[in-house]
Each structure stands twice: as C-alpha cells, then as structure tokens.
Design a protein around this ligand. Structure first.
Ligand SMILES: Nc1ncnc2c1ncn2[C@@H]1O[C@H](COP(=O)(O)OP(=O)(O)OP(=O)(O)O)[C@@H](O)[C@H]1O
Length: 328
C-alpha cells in the first residue's frame, strides 16, 4: 500500500518544569511517518528532537496530544508495541558489556518473547552487512566504540522491528564507521521504517526520504528535501573577480546587503583575484551586486550558478523560522 501510515503524532506537547521555570520543549507538533521510509528529525540544539523521540517511545509522557504507533496509542499501549520497535538513543550502547554480541541478542530476544531461531538469521545478516560477523562472540566491553554502536544496531535489527528509532546514530563514530552505518541505514528501509535524528546534514541529505525541521519546539518545515529546496528558492552564484588595487572595498558594501537577503563568502585567490560565493533570496539582487562591483571596478571574469546546498536551505529555514501553517 503506498504511503501507509505507521506512526502518527497529533499536536503533541512536552513541557518540563525546572524550578519555577517552564520549558516548552515541544509545542503542538504533528507529523505522520510512512511505512518503509527514513524520516529524519532535524533542528538546532535544544529544538526538541530528543523530547519528541522519547515521547514516541513512551519514555516520557506528552503533556497534550496523542501518538498512534502501529495502531496503538502511546504511551497507554506502549507494552503492546515494544516487540515491534527498536531504538538506540544518543549513541548509547545499551548492551551488557560482559556478554558477547550474540549473547546480548539472545538475551534481549528472550525479554521480547522471541525464539533464538527467529533472531539468528537477521542477526547474522546484519553482522555480515556491518562487517561484524567475526565479532559476534566478542564481549561487548572489548569492542571499540564504533563496533559497540554497530553491535547495538545488530541487536535491534535481529528483532525485526517494524519501526526503528535512532537518535544521533553517528555520534562519536570515525569516518569509516560512519559510512558503514550510513550504508546500513540506507538499506534498512527495505526491512523496516526508520525515524532518526541527526545534526549531520550531509548524512541526512543522503539517507532521508522526508524530514521534519524543529526550531524551539515548533515544526517549521516538513517534506522531502527536494520539496524543501524548492520551497525556499535560494539563488547561488560563484563569481571570479579581478580587483583593481584602489577599490577593494566592494566586500563591505555587499555584506551590508545582508538584510535584503544577500549572503557572501569570499576566498582570496591572490592579491588581485577573489572567488565570491553569493546566496541571494531573490535572483534580481544580482543587479545590485553588479552595480556595487562596477562602482568598485571589480570585474567578474567568470560567473557560474551553484546548486543549492542543503546546509544553506536548512539555515534559511531556521532563520526564517516561523511555524508552518501547512507543511509541504
Ligand atoms: N529532563 C529535562 N528537564 C528539563 N528540561 C529539559 C529536559 N530535557 C530537555 N529539556 C529542555 O527541553 C528543550 C529541548 O531539549 P531536547 O533535548 O528535546 O532538544 P534536542 O533538539 O534533542 O537537542 P540536542 O540537539 O542538543 O540534543 C531544551 O531547552 C532542553 O534544555
């Protein structure tokens, strides 16, 4: 069935009381997650991602709103979905360190009411994919941090979860392990639905089908990355400039156009040549840039357009930031 909804959060709210202060961590956000997609939660520090994930897992109670997961109400029916969900929170590797990876898998299978025969095959499959086949008999405490992270993932995946929740799955991993994790996560959607949070925008851009961007507890954008890119309409150019000695002040004037929607980054190639990268909120702003350059006798000898980078789109969405009435 196309776009079968496996999780639905409806106007969920989370507030914490700290002394006399109330922190509104999540402010009435709603979203659906579809079967076999990778859905990413993004946002700056403190925007409410972990609070949202904890509510989905029934680890903290929403103050208002409701969550439906696989047909059950969370947190009321959380025990009924436990056998169908897996989670790794903020790089935590919640395994028993004195037991081997395999013993951990069988131990958690037992807790979830599963037979060894049910979990053996997926355990071996994911151990193979994650280059961990030779480490299944190693005590977890003797594995490197990256391997422990992979062991935690194998342990979750061996249970064949219908929904897998990963909070910062790349936290603390080296580059090689990050790529292995990324490949595994990309492949995961053949088997399950993944909800993840990450600060690594390039990783999210590469793996996520859809994403939700949070800012200060509010949902400010949601949709596939390409849709978000279209909605923000940034125009990016790269100019190679030949400067004249007397007139090097062009940069200050361009920087002062920030409030109009101009962002500028300059790399000095040599004393007489600059490479200038411009991000414009309106394409017409290029005329203002050209007038300024003319005034300073800085001559563009090469102009090219740049594809919008997801980082720029993300930053623009965060800067623009008001809560969306209707998400894409
Ligand atoms: N247990 C708690 N008690 C009080 N305040 C909390 C608690 N947990 C989170 N907060 C506050 O709620 C807000 C949202 O925090 P949360 O951890 O959900 O954000 P986040 O987007 O996951 O942040 P990060 O990217 O830094 O992990 C922050 O202001 C945080 O200080």
């Amino acid at each position: 069935m196309p776009n079968e909804i496996v999780l639905s959060a409806d106007r969920i709210v989370k507030t914490y009381t700290v002394g006399k202060r109330t922190v509104e961590a999540v402010k009435e956000i709603s979203f659906d997650v579809f079967k076999n997609e990778i859905f990413a939660l993004l946002g700056p520090n403190g925007s409410g991602k972990t609070s949202t994930i904890k509510m989905l897992l029934g680890l903290t109670l929403p103050n208002a709103g409701c969550i439906n997961m696989l047909g059950f109400q969370i947190p009321k029916d959380v025990n009924k979905v436990l056998g169908h969900t897996g989670a790794i929170l903020e790089g935590a590797r919640n395994l028993y360190w004195h037991m081997s990876v395999m013993e951990n898998v069988y131990y958690f299978a037992n807790i979830k009411g599963k037979e060894v025969a049910q979990v053996k095959e997926p355990m071996e499959l994911w151990a193979e994919k994650l280059n961990m086949a030779n480490n299944l008999n190693m005590p977890v405490g003797r594995l490197s941090r990256g391997m422990q992270q992979k062991a935690a993932l194998i342990c979750c995946l061996a249970m064949n979860p219908s929904i897998l929740i990963l909070d910062e799955p790349l936290l603390g991993l080296d580059v090689m392990t990050m790529f292995e994790m990324e490949d595994a996560i990309r492949e995961l959607k053949k088997y399950t639905t993944v909800i993840l949070s990450s600060h690594n925008l390039r990783f999210v851009e590469r793996v996520a089908d859809r994403l939700a961007i949070l800012k200060e507890g509010s949902l400010i954008a949601m949709g596939p990355i390409n849709e978000l890119k279209k909605s923000i309409s940034l125009f990016q150019f790269r100019l190679t400039l030949q400067k004249r000695e007397a007139n090097w002040g062009y940069l200050q004037d361009i920087e002062s156009m920030h409030s109009k929607g101009v962002k500028v980054k300059v790399t000095e190639v040599d004393d007489y040549t600059d490479i200038v990268e411009l991000t414009l909120s309106q394409p017409e702003l290029i005329f203002d840039i050209m007038s300024t350059l003319k005034e300073y006798n800085a001559v563009p000898i090469e102009i090219s357009t740049l594809g919008e980078s997801f980082e720029e789109v993300f930053l623009s969405l965060i800067e623009r930031g008001e809560q969306l009435e209707a998400c894409v």
